[in-house]
Design a protein around this ligand. Sequence first.
Ligand SMILES: [Cu+2]
Length: 180
Amino acid sequence: MKAITQLFLGTILTLTITSCGTKEAEKPEKERINSADLYEAEKPAYDPAAINPDAAVVAITIVADGNTMAEMKFDQKEIKVKSGTTVQLTLKNNSTDASMPHNWVLVHDGTAERVATAGIEAGKDKNYVPSTKDVLTATIMTGPGETAVITFPAPPAGKYQFVCTYPGHWSIMNGVFIVE
Ligand SMILES: [Cu+2]
């Protein structure tokens, strides 16, 4: 009798293991856990329009100066903001020379050159801002004496870059944007 019971239990155990083993494989493709899905879920796309009305607003003014390629510069090389805030960024183009249009483009760290190069291709109609995931947000292109204001939620904590994508400007007109 003991032997029969053991055999019986053994059979149940084997059946259970077998059915567990086949269940996962029988699941439709989309119900299975997929590492790529998890990666997407952990990294939602940044939405510059998703402003939290309760967030503190941080006003930042950045000035673009100079009337020649040798003189042109942003007056700041580094901007720091706290995560969870709303950033209201004002770009003031203080130049007086028609050859000095500037914009302010927030990009993922290490992509300033790539974005600016793609910006040339994007052309004047797109303010020299390419449509790529490298770009988080951007102002319009300002002419001499003009000002542009953009409001956007601080992206997730980390290091970013800002850059002017007017052709020929990126290597001088860039800086670091840190979200703490
Ligand atoms: Cu510029």
